[in-house]
Design a protein around this ligand. Structure first.
Ligand SMILES: Nc1nc2c(ncn2[C@@H]2O[C@H](COP(=O)(O)OP(=O)(O)O)[C@@H](O)[C@H]2O)c(=O)[nH]1
Ligand SMILES: [Mg+2]
Length: 418
């Protein structure tokens, strides 16, 4: 994953993709927008909630991120999101915006599948009652698989001939085929290694091809389910059905619309609310000096409903957790780079931990340095207390995750990335 991680939000029409995306993006985004290399209409910056390094050193008061924000040691780090619309049954055959959708998907490193568990929308997203959302989980995976399978089957004859004549390994041949999906050799190898008793490629029948593609999908598109609309009365029974059928799946219960509402009330200064928690405070809770505006009867009632139906029952609206789960699936670790390793400050001022980026756990320190500093010659890498860190050392949570890079004299290059 040399570029920034990208999380695709998928699901049938009206499942709540845009609502989920909006609930994760708008927030306090006014504090530092995130620079994109390319801006596309369906892309947005979400904010991943992590434990900030500032709280390890009691420096919460001085923490002022360049991008995102930090509140009492909870930091919200920018992460790219992609709204992948237009997937309906038959998309792999080109129905709906099928092919456009599937092409968008190639760039994603993980998926959040938004499932409408209220059962009030059918497979095409049209209003109904009592629809079984289990079906959505199945057909969506099937459409992605059929799309990849279709692309592969079209060329299978020539793929096998070439594989045999060039005496390639399975990984080499599949790497060439799956490269278009942004898969590298390591990912292809991991997928292949996860299959037991795989025969030589020239012996694969349709069943083996399906098995291989399913394995590839598990690694290329690891998926978190957002079981959305839990505020709806029919949601409970559908949620249990899904969890019973897929006990090993990563699923988070969400009410995206509730998160939107709470963030709006917060922005309008009606409530105090920490995103991702169950804590909502009003003027009535905090007293006349808190600076909040009074709620009218209607808003008070709506807020009480939200507490009863969502916050107290499920512990939160779930959207913050869904993004955290997607980051877990990708094994992302926040790395804090500072200018001064003793004070954790940047170039000037007393603010600490201004820069934080997400990298895959186990990434080498040297590779973190290169992706942040560009092609400059780095003389030394230091961690906390100025301890030297080897470029071959790896990063993890709380390990080599606070770093400073000492550039060799005269080693400053114009390619240095800020
Ligand atoms: N009850 C409820 N409705 C929701 C929730 N999230 C989205 N919706 C509604 O579902 C409809 C479709 O949402 P939208 O985000 O446009 O779906 P998309 O087509 O997947 O992007 C809208 O009317 C939303 O207000 C939720 O958490 N609870
Ligand atoms: Mg939408």
């Amino acid at each position: 994953m040399p570029r920034d991680p990208l999380i695709g939000i998928v699901g049938k029409p009206s499942s709540g993709k845009s609502t989920t995306l909006n609930s994760l993006t708008d927030a306090n985004a006014k504090i530092g927008s995130f620079p994109f290399t390319t801006i596309e209409p369906n892309r947005a910056t979400g904010y991943l909630k992590i434990d900030c390094a500032c709280s390890r050193y009691g420096k919460e008061e001085l923490c002022k991120p360049n991008y995102g924000w930090c509140e009492n040691g909870s930091r919200h780090v920018p992460i790219d999101l992609l709204d992948v619309a237009g997937l309906i049954p038959g998309a792999s055959q080109g129905l709906g915006l099928g092919n456009k959708f599937l092409d968008d998907l190639r760039q994603a490193d993980a998926l959040i599948h938004v499932v409408d568990v209220s059962g009030t929308t059918n497979a095409e997203g049209k209003a109904t009652r009592g629809y079984d959302p289990l079906k959505d989980i199945e057909w969506l995976q099937d459409e992605i698989r059929l799309w990849i399978e279709g692309n592969l089957n079209k060329r299978w004859g020539s793929i096998v001939r070439r594989h045999t004549s060039t005496k390639s390994s399975i990984v080499e041949t599949l790497r060439a085929q799956f490269g278009g999906y942004g898969a590298n050799a390591t990912l292809v190898r991991e997928a292949i290694d996860s299959i037991e008793n795989l025969p030589p490629l020239e012996e694969w029948d349709n069943e083996w091809i399906t098995t291989v593609i399913k394995a590839f999908m598990r690694f290329k598109f690891p998926t978190v389910l957002a079981l959305n609309k839990i505020d709806h009365p029919d949601a409970d029974k559908n949620v249990s059905k899904i969890l019973l059928k897929y006990p090993d799946t990563r699923a988070v219960l969400t009410s995206a619309i509730t998160e939107i509402f709470l963030r709006k009330l917060k922005k309008q200064n009606y409530i105090q609310y920490e995103e991702g928690t169950e804590f909502v405070d009003t003027l009535e809770d905090l007293g006349p000096d808190c600076g909040l505006k009074p709620l009218d009867e209607k808003l008070t009632e709506r807020l009480e409903d939200i507490k009863d139906l969502v916050l107290y029952r499920f512990g939160s609206t779930g959207v913050v957790q869904v993004l955290q789960e997607a980051a877990n699936v990708l094994d992302l670790v926040p790395v804090f780079t500072v200018r001064n390793i003793n004070t954790f400050t940047g170039n000037s001022g007393s603010n600490v931990f201004r820069d934080c980026m997400l990298f895959k756990r186990g990434t080498k320190v040297g590779s973190v340095a290169r992706s942040i500093m560009g092609e400059v010659t780095i003389a030394a890498i230091e961690g906390v207390s100025g301890k030297r860190v080897s470029p071959d050392d790896t990063i993890d949570n709380n390990k080599n995750d606070i770093l400073t890079f000492k550039v060799a004299p005269g080693g400053v290059s114009s390619e240095k990335k800020e």
